[in-house]
Design a protein around this ligand. Sequence first.
Ligand SMILES: [Zn+2]
Length: 405
Amino acid sequence: MRWNVLAALGWVVVCATPVAAQTKAPEESASKDPVKALVSRLELEKYKATIKGLTQFGDRRQGTDRNRAAVDWIEAKLESYGCTNTERVRYNFEPPPPRPPAADAPANPVIASGEVRSGQGGSRYRGITRPTGVNTDPMKQPDAKLRALNSQASVPGLREEVYCTKIGTTRPDEMYIVGAHMDGHGWAEAANDNGSGTALVMELARIFSSPDVQTERSIRFVLWNNEETGLNGARAYVEQRAALQGKEDPVGSGKYPEPRWLGMIQHDMMMWDHGMPRADGTLNPEQRPEADVNIEFQSTAKMADQAMKLAFFFRDANEKYATDYPAAVGHHMTNTDSTPFMDLVPAISLRESERGMHIGAGWDPHWHQPTDVYATFSDKDFRLGLNAAQTTLGGVAQLAGTRLK
Ligand SMILES: [Zn+2]
């Protein structure tokens, strides 16, 4: 009893003294919340190292040896983390005849007061815009070594993409899908688009695969291929696997090759939120302090209401678990691998900015450009990606029912 009284008194003291509350050791609160303990296992240096590892394969353009080598490398890494049940989706890709790339942002960069100019996904541009596009000119890459690394052209044909799964203890037949595309283009290193999202998914696979982590439901970590050609890898997954959901195979085995989908969480371009272009077309060279993680759902999707709830659940997870940057929710999710899922299951995407009104309006000057290389980004940029990882880890760990053994 005496111990209880002292403990109760101690609690009062902690509550009544802001300074005492602030100096509470992080492990103490982490031990009460297994999700917090898991989130604390994310490290900036590990996240950066995984992005750096991906950049050794240049732009990882689909249909090339460097893309296939990157898939092999990702698979080996997942297995080394303990996510050993890796599998591959195989599909054929025949590119449509080439057409001139359409610029997202219009030529006149300034949106006049009251002028309505539409962007992708139902969005509306505001303020100052910059032209966007995909660099296809090797000579715009000043680094001769990188130019050589990216020189092999894409060839139509067989494609592969890799995934691995954390199997749920009590509900192995249900899962959340955590995804990012691993292919890129533009004659650089695809460091931000989308080494930053790929590394985030790989880091979550590493942490959830730790032997002391148990989840009630399953979680699948997928690294899509062929996103940049039109979401072809994610579409192939949906076409091949949607009908397999929730089926035990073999019957009586307790094994579910395709657990029922509960939600799809996509990650695509996680690091650069320097604000709107300036009137002269230049950008703030520093990450802006009010940078945020943009969580988007698509209001026209069949599962829009459920996806909206999921998006706000992730915003809450951000408030609980992200160390530096907040999250905002938008309703114009577009041009990313969660799109093929959005009529079937609640689907959201996390990004550095909204894909429609921000990225589409030219807010990221490195998007598909020769400057999308590891050296372009500062720790403040990498940290925005880490905060997105904290957000998704916090959200998915709660939804999947996580405990530490
Ligand atoms: Zn992308």
